[in-house]
Each structure stands twice: as C-alpha cells, then as structure tokens.
Write a new protein. Structure first.
Length: 646
C-alpha cells in the first residue's frame, strides 16, 4: 500500500527526466537538453550557463516546450542539432524550428524560426543567455550597443537592482587569459538583468527590453526569427578534461552559528493533531510563522489557532502583519486580540498591501501599537516577496530590528537542474543585503519550493487543469529531491550568516509531513497519508544541533554534491547530499574519527516516511575513516548523515 515508484521517491513524478547529450565544438563542450544548451564550457571554465528560448504569458508564467523530430549529428569536433518545438497552453500556441551548430573553432550558433499559430498576449518570446556568476561577477565586459557605440562595463559584484546594460547587440568578456567569448544577438533588442535578485546564480541577457509596455498581443501568423552566436576570440587551446570524482572538504574553524529555524502554520487551515504536534516538536524548532491580514475578519481565528499550536509546540510565533488602508484601526483591533490571546512572539514582520517593500511610515506606526502590548517587541520589515524588492526600494534600517525577505527557486525555471543552481544564489542575496542593512539580523521568511503567489501577474491566475497541481504546490515537496534541496538551502543560508530561516509549512502538501487524510490529489501528489516527507529528516538532523556552530564545507562540484557541517559540544555532523539523478561517488576529507554513517535514499525512504520515530532512533553504521578521509557512494538524490566526536 505504501509502495512508491523510484522516480516518485526521487523527484515526485513517475516520469523520466529529459535526455542529455554531451556535444563538442572544437575546444568547447555543451550539454543539450530539451531544446536548451547548458553548461557551455571551455575546458573546466564555464562560459555560458544556459542558452534557451523562453515563452512567457501575460502573468510571466513559463509555457514549457514540447520537442519533436529531434536530430543530433555529432562529428569529432563539430555538431548540428535540429528540432521542432511547440509551446501550448490555453490561448497560447507558438511553434518554432530550432537549429544549433558548433564548429571546430568553438563557435556555437543557435537559431529560432518561429510562428504564432494563435493570437495571444505575451510578456516575452525569445532567446535568453545565462552568464555564470563564477568568472563574471565583478569582472569587466565590452558591450556593443544597438546604435553601434561601444560601452565598457562590469558585471556587478553585488546584486544589481536594475539592468547592468541595455540595448545590446553583443557582449564580450574574458574567460581565460588571452581568450574572450563574444555573445552576439539578432532579431530583437536585448538587455541584461542580474538574476541573483531571484536567487538564480546567473546574469541573464534577454529580449524584449522591460522598458517597453507589456503584455503584447501576438497575432496569429506572426513570424519571429532570432539567433544567438557564441564566438571565442584569441587562441583557445584547452584540452578537454576527464570527469573527476567530486570532493568535499570540512574545515575545523567555525564560521558562524546556525540560523534559528521555523515553519509556517499550515495554509489548509486544519489544526495540528497530537501525533503531528509530537513530530513537529521533534524538529526542535525556534518559531512558528503565522500570516495575519488585518483587513480580513478571519485573522483572529488564525491568530487563536497559531497561539494554540505555538503553545503546544513550546515555541514563540513569528507574526507577519499585513496592513491595509485603515492601518490605525487594524492595529488597534489587533491589540485587543493580543490582549485576549497573549501570544508568545519572537518577532513581528510588518508589510503593507500597497507596498512591495515596507516604508518607514508603517514600521513606526506598528511599533507604536505593538509597543503598547510589549515594549520589548522585535520589529522587522522588508518584503514578503523577492529580494529584488528590498534591493530596489531599500528598507528603513534605522527604524528596524531586523530585515526580512522571502525566496523560492522557481521564478524563472522549474526543472530539477535549475532549482539546484539557485542554491548558490541564496547566499548571494544575503551577501548583497549586507551592503545596505549593515549588521541588522536577516530573517529569510518564508522559504518555499514554489511561489506562494505571483506579485507580477497582470491578470488572475488560471485554475489548475485536470491532472495539475495548484500553482503553489510542487510534487517534489514529498520526494528526496525536496530533501537535498533543503540541505543546500540550509548550507548556503547558514554559511552567509542569516539570523533565522522559516521553511515550508507544518503539514499538507506544502509542509514537512502529510495530513492524516492524505493528498487532495493523490494521482499527482503521491504522498502517504500521515507520513513525513524526506525533508522532515533533514530539518530534524539540523534541529538536533540548534544553536550549534557552522563549519566551512567546500565541494569541488557543488552542482552535483554539496552539504552542511555543524558542531555542538564535542560532536560534528556532516550532511552530504547528491544533487543529481545518477549514483555518484564522493571523497570526503576533514572528518572527525571514528564516524557513524546514516543514509536516506530510495532504499529506505518509505520506511523513514511512514515510521519516522523508528528511523530517527537509529544511530547509523560505524564506518572506517582513515586520517579524516572516506569515500561514499550516493544513490540518486540521497542524503547521508555523518557523525563523529572530536
């Protein structure tokens, strides 16, 4: 009854992942996947993260492609790829023929020849090129503008709130001493944005410029042709390198403390049961987040439920207050509700319906009222949306006790690889925030796998069709993928010194465990009723080291394997995650000895989900560790916990 297919255990769907094909053009390699070129490299040096065609509707939703008639011709030092591609959803029907070629000099050309087969509104159709952070951030570039002028600039070191360069015809930058890459565009006006604003670990060059009005109605029969050409300048003579075994190295000197970790109250509205309370308590959380929209009459009910659950869990609340037009009246009403419920509150996060980044006016107003209830109230603000919102409209730091923002990995792309790529971007947001918040604590809240809502939509969201999940729900929540993504998120936020991190919800398909009733759509969200999700055990493993120290952990290939190292007392815990769909061997160094190793993978995930107490009672297997080194074999999307005493 509790059997789940391996693919569902790994990433939530019983569907194969897209095929990948390694291509070679002279000294350059690239990976072809589902109509995209990914990880374009000169030797070990990445020169482009991704080249792809995006079709995005009036709400910025991505219309995923469907490929047909794929043909790949790979010669010794050149390639040619052709395919047909269609994007269809609702009123949108866009078709294009793709051609990708690579020659012996390393020049790669991608061509889109498209046609609208219906009339529909769009925000974007066309090529996007992602430039990697490593090798670009802080480095110079030369831009050829649409008017023929040349502009010398730099890729931003810290996250740029606005486009670093506009009206592009071509951009070039060094990739190795004496070797540069030029990326040339045709068929549209292009510009660049800093995608780290949304945790994507890249700079994106795209068309059409955002200064132009959107959405635009595309007429049936309209033709669209675009091309992107990557050309190496200089004398590239890189020898292709063999695949190396990834290594993970742990250093002994702490770099900070673990963030305080919390969860959100379940959005489905049902209260926690006794068993659910016991399982959440076992996570050793710091707080429970509740959202109170003070203009809505039901906020008092939400507050009462949150207070009941927080008291049962023995933790305080993180209260997100959403003010509306009558803010004075709303706050006055809130004070009466607080007097009746006496909630334990760790911090207040203040937002306003009409502002993407909270202004000082509302912070000071909230402080007046909340100070009457609790003179020591901790008041935070920033945004309930993306880091970009506080990057563009900076928070009033002089009026705040902390600054907050939310994050999720699916603003621009939804595939497994793209979600893994965003993990590095989470640290970039914290590093850049330090440039304008100073020493104020950072609270990242909430952290979810999918956007909770679309702040950039120009129209109402489309209801899910038969066989689709609601837009805020991701089938990977219940899978091993959800667990390894959580490991990476905890690693990069902990390394960057954020004060607190609020993940997911308590129960339900956006939570850390399923409800007793099970999934509302079991055919597409294949959870086990009453079971925990694999990411529950990641949070429990970290929760056992609450208030502990974070140790430096460096992976030689952080897109494939990564991890988190923590220490409390005399015990060190290293959590290692295989971030990919293949079994992988990794070499670890800097471990204490002896160690005990405990695995969570497709061989025992169901048992760990159904009987979490039994799984957590297991100490792991005593394993040989010579000179602080050992080798591990990791199944797809596996999590391995390594414990040792100094």
């Amino acid at each position: 009854m509790n059997e789940l297919p391996p693919r569902v255990l790994r990433y939530g769907k019983n569907e194969p992942l897209p095929d990948r094909r390694l291509l070679r053009a002279g000294p350059v390699t690239a990976v072809f996947e589902a109509g995209d070129l990914r990880y374009v490299k000169l030797g070990d040096r990445e020169i482009a993260r991704r080249v792809y065609v995006a079709v995005r509707d009036q709400n910025w939703d991505t219309i995923l492609p469907r490929l047909r008639h794929l043909k790949i011709d790979q010669a010794e030092k050149s390639f040619r790829v052709t395919f047909d591609c269609e994007h269809r959803r609702g009123a949108i029907d866009f078709f294009w023929t793709g051609t990708m070629t690579g020659d012996e000099r390393g020049t790669i050309t991608c061509v889109m020849d498209g046609e609208a087969r219906s009339t529909f509104p769009r925000n974007r159709i066309g090529f996007c090129v992602l430039h990697p952070i490593d090798g670009c951030a802080g480095e110079p570039f030369v831009a050829l503008k649409e008017d023929g002028t040349v502009e010398n600039g730099r890729f931003p070191l810290y996250i740029s709130p606005h486009q670093p360069v506009q009206d592009l015809r071509a951009i070039s930058h060094d990739v190795l001493p004496g070797v540069a890459v030029e990326v040339r565009f045709a068929g549209e006006v292009f510009e660049m944005e800093d995608q780290r604003n949304w945790t994507d670990a890249s700079f994106k060059t795209y068309g059409t410029p955002l200064r132009l009005p959107i959405p635009v109605e595309v007429q049936q029969g309209a033709k669209l042709q675009q091309s992107v050409t990557l050309t190496l300048r200089g004398h590239p003579s890189v020898v292709l390198t063999a695949t190396k075994q990834p290594t993970i190295t742990v250093a002994p000197r702490p770099i900070g403390r673990l963030p305080r970790i919390g969860l959100g109250v379940a959005s489905h509205g049902r209260p926690l049961g006794h068993r659910e309370i016991a399982r959440v308590r076992a996570l050793n959380l710091s707080h429970l987040r509740v959202d109170l929209r003070l203009a809505r009459p039901d906020y008092r009910d939400r507050l009462r439920q949150a207070v009941t659950e927080a008291n049962a869990l023995g933790i305080p609340l993180e209260v997100a207050l959403f003010l509306d037009a009558a803010a004075d009246e709303e706050l006055n009403s809130l004070i009466a509700a607080l007097a009746a419920t006496r909630p334990p509150v760790a911090r207040w996060l203040v937002f306003h319906r009409d502002e993407r980044s909270t202004s000082e006016r509302w912070v000071r107003l909230a402080r007046v009222y909340l100070g009457r209830h609790d003179p020591s109230a901790v008041i935070g603000a920033g945004t309930d949306q993306y880091f970009t919102d506080i990057n563009r409209v900076r928070p009033p730091v002089s009026a705040l006790d902390l600054v907050c923002y939310s994050l999720n990995p699916q603003v621009h792309a939804v595939d497994n690889s793209s979600l893994i790529e965003t993990l590095r971007g989470q640290a970039e947001t914290a590093r850049s925030a330090r440039q304008f918040v100073g020493a104020l604590p950072l609270a990242v809240s909430p952290i979810t796998l999918k956007p909770r809502y679309n702040p950039d939509a120009s129209g109402p969201p489309s209801p899910p069709r038969a066989g689709e999940l609601p837009t805020a729900v991701d089938a990977r929540q219940m899978s091993l993928f959800g667990a390894v993504w959580t490991v990476g998120s905890l690693k990069y936020l902990a390394d960057s010194g954020v004060a607190s991190a609020t993940y997911y919800e308590t129960t339900g398909w956006q939570g850390v465990m399923e409800t007793a009733n099970g999934s509302p759509s079991p055919e597409v969200f294949r959870s086990i009723p009453g079971a925990v999700f694999p990411l529950y055990h990641v949070l429990a493993d970290v929760g056992e080291f609450a208030d502990g120290d974070v140790l430096p952990l460096v992976s030689s290939d952080p897109l494939q394997v990564d991890g988190l190292a923590v220490r409390r007392g005399g015990t060190t815990r290293v959590i290692v995650a295989n971030l990919g769909p293949d079994t992988r061997s990794v070499r670890l160094a800097g471990l204490p000895a002896p160690v005990r190793v405990k695995r969570l993978d497709e061989t025992n995930a169901v048992q760990a989900m159904v009987s979490p107490e039994e799984y957590r009672g297991e100490d792991g297997e005593a394993t040989e560790c010579v000179g602080g080194e050992m080798e591990l074999s990791l199944r797809p999307y596996a999590v391995v916990r390594i414990d040792g005493r100094i």
